[in-house]
Design a binder for this molecule. Structure first.
Ligand code: SF4
Length: 61
C-alpha cells in the first residue's frame, strides 16, 4: 500500500486464506518482518489474534 496501511483497513496483500501474497518478497514492508509472532499476540485461536490486532490498531489510531 503506497502510503502505508491505515488502521482498520485490510491489507491489500492478504489473500482469501489470510496469507500474505508477498511473504519473502523484497517488497514486503520491513515492519511486517520485524513483528515476530508471539503467544501474547497470536493466542490460541484466530479470534484471540484478531482481538489483539484490533486492540493494537485502536491504541495506535
Ligand atoms: S505481512 Fe504485511 S504485507 Fe503481508 S499481508 Fe500482512 S500486513 Fe500485508
Amino acid at each position: 500500500m503506497p502510503n502505508g496501511k491505515p488502521a482498520g483497513v485490510r491489507c491489500v496483500q492478504l489473500d482469501e486464506h489470510d496469507g500474505c501474497r508477498i511473504f519473502g518478497h523484497p517488497d514486503r514492508p520491513r515492519v511486517c518482518g520485524s513483528l515476530p509472532p508471539s503467544r501474547e499476540m497470536c493466542g490460541d485461536t484466530r479470534e484471540q489474534a484478531m482481538f489483539f490486532l484490533a486492540e493494537l490498531e485502536r491504541l495506535t489510531a
